[in-house]
Design a protein around this ligand. Structure first.
Ligand code: FB9
Length: 495
């Protein structure tokens, strides 16, 4: 039965009922072909009719179908390469070189030669016949519309050229159900008070509840990937007995951001190249006077067994407000408070934004989230520090660490922490750490036998590696694609 021109698919269910009314049963694959409509659309209409109990009876059927491959579709749309070569050379012929330049050149040339449409004469490819029919294209078009005027040999040739392939199409054999009718009253979706009052519900058809249907996805907030990783980090810290420091202070005085950490006032990190200085309010003036004096002394003259930096420490320098360059400033305040309240062993952490006036590149913005752990205990050693962050990183699924000595103004000894990343097949710097200097701790009033260890990393790097994000601008900032945020899976770092 030749395919008719594509019929409209409006109200397809009714068309099916009317057709069934006159033909008792049909095979969905053949009917789709006959009606020249998309088979899936027909299946959809049949499925919608099946929501009315007993109207249709269906049986699954599978049929082998010849389908055009993507190359077959291309040849059917644009013509076969052999025909395109024949066209291309025209009546005057063309050089092999020119033909080969064409995307259809290579295949077309060999086929056109095979079909004796062209030949090579003195290096030029010339036509052997005035005109040709692109039979390959015609065969493909016929098969596409399901007409069966293509011979088995031709089909075999097309298969050999991988222009068609045999596929199994799942369809339905549809026949009348026990309560078949061609006029389906549109089933009621709701049982209304009127129906109940009038009793009219008794002879109404009600739409079946589709308990499988997914409810409307409620539009809800989404945690930004960084916040998903942050919550993972927080759980790890809490599981190790750490408590979180209050970090709600982006604007910090140079005193707590630098001086309290025994970072000298002429240290390069303290100039505007690295640090954002705040113009209003430009300075802070309220400091614990006695403590400030001790900081001044240890910087300028030393003390506590330290030579200090021997320079003229300036209050106005310490008063300058900055955007904190590290959450270690928060640690300094916390440790000072700990000293004031009377020392007790403490494990503290912070995860929040810090700001650095750095050259922007694919992995650096002018701000990032610093993750910091601080442990204060009597006679705490470097070994304890290594033990603690080794445990921390293990909970992140990061083992096999290596340490490289480094320098921080506020810790001695200090170490950079490296881990071997299987996926990246290289050692990745995953953090920094060290034992806070006595020149920082003793002026605070912490007992002499108390040592404080600290380590830090960023939130962005693990998040980028975890979610395979290469450019930090895809992770953070106004240009990120919210879909990415909506669809990022929850973060299981140790998996
Ligand atoms: O995060 C960093 N790297 C990292 C961390 C985790 C990770 O996880 C992957 C799943 C496997 C991957 C990479 N870094 C620290 C290392 C580098 O990225 C570094 O180039 C950049 N660092 C930032 C500072 O950049 C100027 C990351 C940031 C950083 C550096 C140091 C500290 C905190 C953050 C610190 C500290 C510290 C030291 C002593 C005492 C207290 C705090």
């Amino acid at each position: 039965m030749a395919a008719e021109t594509a019929r409209s698919t409006d109200n397809l269910p009714q068309q099916i009922l009317d057709f069934l009314g006159s033909s008792n049963e049909f095979n969905s694959i053949q009917l789709a072909q006959q009606w020249n409509i998309d088979h899936q659309k027909l299946i959809g209409a049949i499925k919608s009719l099946q929501t009315n109990e007993g109207v249709l009876a269906t049986k699954d059927v599978t049929e082998k179908r010849l389908e055009l491959t993507s190359e077959g579709v291309q040849f059917a749309n644009e013509g076969s390469p052999e025909f395109l070569v024949f066209e291309f050379i025209g009546v005057d012929g063309a050089t092999q070189a020119d033909i080969q330049k064409k995307p259809f050149g290579k295949i077309g040339m060999s086929k056109a030669m095979q079909f004796k449409w062209v030949s090579v004469d003195k290096g030029r490819v010339v036509r052997q016949t005035a005109d040709v029919v692109d039979s390959t294209r015609k065969q493909l078009e016929s098969l596409r519309i399901g007409s069966d005027d293509v011979s088995e040999n031709e089909k075999k040739e097309l298969k050999k050229r991988k222009l068609i392939s045999e596929v199994n199409i799942k369809g339905l054999l549809v026949s009348k159900g026990d309560s078949f009718t061609t006029s389906i009253a549109k089933p009621e979706a709701d049982l209304t008070p009127e129906m109940i009052a009038s009793g009219s519900w008794k002879d109404k058809q009600f739409k079946k509840y589709n308990f499988e249907s997914l409810g409307v996805v409620p539009s809800s907030g989404h945690l930004h990937p960084l916040m998903k990783v942050r919550s993972e980090f927080r759980q790890i810290f809490f599981s190790m007995g750490f408590s979180e420091m209050a970090t709600n202070r982006y604007v910090e005085s140079s005193f707590w951001n630098f001086d309290a950490l025994f970072q000298p006032q002429q240290h390069p990190a303290r100039d505007a190249h690295d640090t954002f200085f705040v113009s209003d309010p430009a300075i802070s003036t309220k400091f614990p006077e006695d403590y400030l004096e001790r900081v001044k002394t240890v910087h300028s003259k030393g003390g506590y067994g330290s030579a200090g930096y021997n320079y003229d420490w300036k209050l106005e320098e310490a008063q300058k407000n900055v955007l904190r360059t590290h959450t270690t400033a928060v640690s300094a305040r916390q440790l000072y408070q700990l000293a004031q309240e009377g020392f007790r062993p403490s494990k503290l952490f912070s995860i929040d934004r810090v700001f650095r006036n750095e050259t922007l590149d694919a992995t650096h913005l002018a701000e990032f989230h610093q993750v910091e752990g601080v442990i204060a205990e009597k006679n705490l050693s470097l070994a304890h520090l290594i033990g603690i962050f080794t445990e921390f990183f293990k909970k992140l699924g990061i083992t096999n660490l290596r340490f490289k000595p480094t320098y921080n103004p506020y810790t001695e000894p200090s170490m950079e922490i490296f881990a071997y990343h299987q996926g990246l097949a290289k050692w990745v710097e995953i953090g920094n750490s060290g034992m806070f200097r006595p020149e920082m701790l003793l002026p605070m009033g912490l007992p002499a036998d108390v040592n404080v260890a600290g380590y830090g990393l960023s939130l962005e790097r693990p998040t980028m590696i975890k979610y395979g994000i290469n450019n930090i601008r895809d992770l953070f900032g106004s240009k990120i694609d919210l879909e990415v945020v909506y669809n990022t899976p929850i973060c299981r770092l140790d998996k």
